[in-house]
Design a protein around this ligand. Structure first.
Ligand SMILES: [Zn+2]
Ligand SMILES: [Zn+2]
Length: 600
């Protein structure tokens, strides 16, 4: 079957537009200063836009943006052609005399090994210029044909940030100007709306407002504390995965948080993963580590269970296990990056022939879960080994694993793009990157083929031929990690979870004290039917209680006064503000059950 590939951003028109906009901005910024005074560094396109780093005689402010944007529009209006020229290193140095950052980049290109952004390269690159109007940049392109192909109404300068030259804090701090550019004004408008919306949905902000989780200096950075409501959300999300994977034939196991360090020496984690592991602990002369990954524990369990026959395979071990990873403190971001990360991990032990059908089963599971969470779509990145030392050296096993994963994806009509240098140290991965309601991409699930760890740990099964064989291990996660997944869905739903997922599904609101006993009685009835409810018996006015429940994004509010009490009813309001009037308790229950089933 023909291999399906998704086109890369680097090949798109938007990439060219943004790359070109970066040059145009650099021209406009340098023209603010007398010739030669503004020093330019690098200016690549990035997701949704571009930036350029400058070393300038004065600090720029957002108030400078209108003038820079105006000049950019004039340059666009000039329809200047982007002309490419391949030059010698000497010529390049002459052109950029007085531009120390460019000279350093040219030297890197001359020596080979680095591109103009300082990224390592396999081959010595050619040195090329792109010139438009009066501005020349050291660049490999690609660009639009002329500046007129940038839509003057579809770009905007966003903000200024400090950025160290080459990302190294020992170097000088430069001024980085971020911009965004699109094909149409409407796309720009939608992007700006998404940016605003993303700020409102920030899970760190919502987590506080909804009372879901906290971080404390007394506990330590990157180690969250979950409130009863937050833990309820965790529990529902994890339980849903647990039940779904049980239905798909995955079995759950339990392995402890503490493991002898020697096991990680055998598995390869000690050599390839040590910087992420917490320091060792010694007791009775034995060195232990906090578990950074489940694979060696699950593989050891497989071994301890005795001799396996091919008839038992595939054997799928799943576990929600909290792992301990020493993430850099600067990279900790709310729940999205923590040091105690709970993976919904699975290791499937199977034969090489079973990889394809296991891939099919796993993608069916992914599809079901993503639909439940209303992710509109996802892309798959086939992460392959790359240059560098982080990959276990066993080219024969790597070739087989990469071929097997590619074949499994192709057989199952999974579209993907390839990325070198993104594999795990023990094998290639298919990483699932889901799109949320704002179109943002989040790497969640993964499906990995491993020929290396099972061999290193001495796993075997007896095949049909009565001989010992090494099983393949497929590593798989659906949510990725509970914490990060919660961060994603808090933002995806803006805290207004569907009824099935909401930690509190209904708040009962008695209007006066004399209605409280009735509210308690109805609450018991709803709890007995399996709903998660709270009674707000406080002294606030009804309107304040309704507002509070709306702010907490509780799906249903059940208001109760004399009329409702007499007729055994509740007045139903939704968090949208919709007032549906009085209905019987039974009618409310069937509505709630329907909403839960529909996934609303
Ligand atoms: Zn360029
Ligand atoms: Zn694993």
């Amino acid at each position: 079957m023909a291999q399906k590939k998704i086109s890369r951003y680097e090949d798109s028109d938007l990439y060219k537009i943004r790359h070109s906009a970066a040059h145009i901005m650099a021209q406009a910024v340098t023209e603010l200063f007398p010739p030669g005074e503004a020093k330019v560094a690098i200016g690549p396109p990035i997701e949704d836009g571009f930036y350029y780093d400058f070393d300038l005689p004065r600090q720029l402010k957002p108030e400078d943006f209108p003038a820079i944007e105006k000049r950019m529009r004039a340059i666009i209006g000039g329809k200047f052609e982007f002309k490419k020229r391949v030059v010698s290193a000497d010529e390049a140095k002459r052109e950029f005399k007085g531009q120390p950052y460019k000279l350093e980049l040219i030297e890197g290109l001359e020596k080979g090994g680095f591109d103009e952004y300082g990224n390592p390269l396999k081959e010595k690159p050619e040195i090329s210029f792109y010139t438009h109007d009066s501005f020349t940049d050291l660049c490999r392109g690609p660009h639009v044909a002329n500046t007129g192909q940038i839509n003057p109404d579809a770009f905007k300068l966003m903000n200024i940030a400090g950025a160290y030259w080459r990302g190294d804090e020992k170097n000088k701090q430069l001024q980085r100007i971020y911009g965004t550019a699109w094909e149409t004004a409407q796309q720009l408008e939608e992007y700006l709306w998404r940016q605003e919306e993303a700020k409102k949905r920030d899970h760190r902000k919502l987590g506080k407002e909804l009372g879901l989780f906290y971080f404390s200096d007394d506990i330590g950075p990157g180690i969250p504390l979950f409130t009863p409501k937050g833990e309820m959300l965790r529990h529902i999300a994890e339980n849903y995965i647990r039940e779904t994977q049980t239905r798909y034939g995955f079995q759950h196991v339990w392995t402890a948080n503490l493991v002898k360090e020697d096991l990680y020496k055998k598995s390869g984690h000690y050599d390839n993963y040590a910087d992420v592991m917490f320091p060792p602990m010694v007791g009775d002369g034995v060195t232990y580590r906090l578990k950074p990954m489940n694979c060696p524990s699950h593989m050891t369990l497989f071994k301890e269970m005795g001799l396996h026959s091919y008839r038992e395979l595939p054997l799928r071990f799943s576990e929600f296990a909290t792992l301990y990873r020493y993430e850099k403190s600067g990279e900790l971001t709310g729940l999205a990056r923590v040091r105690t990360v709970t993976q919904d991990d699975c290791h499937t032990f199977c034969t090489e022939e079973q990889i394809g059908s296991e891939c099919a089963l796993t993608f069916k599971l992914f599809n079901e879960v993503f639909a439940r969470y209303r992710f509109s779509s996802y892309v798959v990145r086939l992460s392959l080994r790359g240059e560098g030392g982080k990959y276990v050296k066993d080219p024969e096993k790597w070739d087989r694993a990469e071929a097997a994963l590619r074949k499994a994806l192709d057989e199952n009509n999974v579209e993907y793009y390839e990325a070198e240098g993104e594999a795990a140290f023990y094998g290639p991965k298919a990483d699932i990157i889901a799109r949320d309601v704002l179109g943002r991409e989040w790497q969640l699930s993964t499906f990995q083929v491993d020929f290396i760890q099972p061999a290193r740990l001495g796993l075997t099964y007896i095949g049909e031929d009565n001989q010992e064989h090494t099983p393949v291990v497929l590593h798989r996660a659906v949510m990725g990690s509970t914490e990060r997944f919660l961060a994603v869905i808090i933002e995806h739903f803006a805290g207004a979870f569907p009824v099935w997922l909401a930690p509190v599904q209904a708040v009962l609101i008695p209007i006066a004290d004399r209605h409280t006993a009735y509210a308690q009685k109805v609450a018991e009835q709803l709890k007995a039917a399996g709903l998660r409810v709270e009674v707000n018996a406080g002294s606030d006015r009804m309107s304040a209680k309704i507002r509070d429940a709306q702010n907490q994004k509780v799906p249903y509010m059940l208001v109760m006064g004399d009329k409702e009490m007499e007729s055994g009813a509740v007045a139903l309001r939704l968090r949208s503000g919709e007032d549906l009037g009085a209905i019987s308790v039974d009618a409310f229950l069937s509505r709630a059950k329907e909403d839960i089933e529909k996934g609303d």
